[in-house]
Design a protein around this ligand. Structure first.
Ligand code: NI
Length: 200
């Protein structure tokens, strides 16, 4: 039940999504050997334990990155924030943005909180130990790795997958938005999932 939304395809797909949920039934059936990304995980935030399971009933937008990212993370989070900013207050209560830092050595909870709140108050910053993060990343097919920067005060960068994941109120990974997906595509997907009949 997972759909990649490449840019060019999203533009064609979204009117269909908005019109009916037929699209959800026309996906390629999973084949043996397919790895289905997604799943529950537990990490930590400044508010204590963050368990994805606790967010059943809400649409979760999940992104992996790090606060010292020079441009990819800020762009992705700005786009996500723009989509969140278009939601009504009532809809926003049904949505949770989650930024997972894969750079726990530098991203303390304080640093994370300051960073995500700059983009949108709905966002929560979470992280964990290297082992915990590796496990969560594997679930979602996220790749990341340190790159030494000899001439930078930052010391190192972290190359990382820049996909935004949409998890339904039932806890299923439904959409994966590649980097540079426009905010209206994400917004329409959120609205689509919020209004979808879970029994349908
Ligand atoms: Ni980044």
């Amino acid at each position: 039940m997972i759909r990649w939304i490449p840019l060019f395809f999203a533009l064609l797909l979204l009117p269909a999504l908005a019109a009916s949920d037929d699209a959800a039934r026309h996906e390629r059936a999973p084949e043996p050997g397919d790895e289905q990304p997604g799943g529950d995980f537990t990490l930590q935030s400044s508010r204590g334990e963050f368990a994805l399971k606790q967010f059943r009933g809400r649409v979760v937008l999940l992104y992996f990155g790090y606060t010292k990212c020079p441009d990819v993370c800020p762009t992705s989070l700005a786009v996500l924030a723009q989509a969140l900013g278009e939601l009504s207050d009532d809809d926003l209560k049904m949505v949770q943005g989650v930024f997972v830092s894969v750079d726990p050595d530098r991203d303390s909870f304080q640093v994370l909180d300051d960073y995500v709140s700059y983009f949108h108050p709905n966002l929560i910053g979470v992280t964990g130990t290297a082992a915990e993060l590796a496990e969560v990343a594997a679930l979602y097919g996220v790749e990341y790795g340190k790159v030494d920067l000899a001439d930078s005060a930052f010391g190192y960068a972290v190359d990382h997958t820049s996909t935004t994941y949409l998890i339904t109120p039932e806890g299923d990974l439904r959409f994966m938005f590649p980097h540079q997906t426009p905010s209206f595509v994400i917004l329409e997907a959120i609205r689509y999932v919020l209004t979808a009949d879970p029994s349908g």
